[in-house]
Write a protein that binds this ligand. Structure first.
Ligand SMILES: [Fe+2]
Length: 192
């Protein structure tokens, strides 16, 4: 066998891990807002969270932090310019691809229902990202790509949302206005 025919091992990220002030509160948030499931756990200490009904590997590992651990420093942004106004070196955010704009908006609605703070919204060139804080202030990006979506989503994504007109990719998204518009469209769906 030549060296060329040996399959190359390609590393991949298996999961990310967070220490939590109150791990059970965090588990409830990841279950409710993101729709994750507990893959396995050490009760009250560590919870492996996955998206696939616990059938496959986990994506996020939540661990109870000792009380001696330092408080996190949440990052803040100017909502319009997206410039960071407060932050720290290191972890920035984890992005979840919801596979559809509707699903990302529904997740945002669940985050709102839990009073999760919105950090910023970004109209990326390739999709839309809504950055909310988990119970410890970690940023979770509720993302939907352009393209991997159904016809109704395609129509919505082709329509400029307030604040996005004529500005190209990578700019601030008026999340509140977008959510209001999305909810109104859900009540009277756009023709596709
Ligand atoms: Fe991102």
């Amino acid at each position: 066998m030549s060296e060329r025919s040996v399959p190359k091992a390609v590393p991949r990220i298996v999961h990310v891990g967070f220490y939590c002030r109150d791990v059970k509160r965090s588990v409830a948030w990841y279950e409710d807002v993101l729709g994750m499931h507990v893959h396995f756990s050490v009760p009250n200490r560590a919870y492996a969270m996955g998206f696939n009904g616990g059938k496959e590997d986990h994506d996020i590992f939540l661990v109870q932090a000792p009380t001696t651990y330092a408080e996190p420093t949440p990052m803040h942004f100017d909502y319009e310019t997206l410039e960071a106004t407060k932050g720290r070196i290191g972890f920035y955010h984890v992005a979840i691809d919801f596979q559809s704009f509707d699903a990302a908006m529904e997740a945002y609605g669940r985050a709102l229902a839990r009073s999760s703070e919105l950090a910023k919204g970004v109209q990326h060139g390739d999709g839309r990202g809504i950055y909310v804080r988990d119970p410890d202030g970690n940023l979770v990006e509720l993302f939907s790509f352009n393209g991997c979506i159904d016809d109704a989503d395609a129509k919505r994504l082709a329509t400029p949302y307030p604040g996005s007109e004529g500005r190209g990719g990578g700019f601030a998204m008026d999340v509140a206005a977008t959510y209001r518009k999305w909810k109104a469209e859900k009540k009277s769906p756009v023709a596709v």
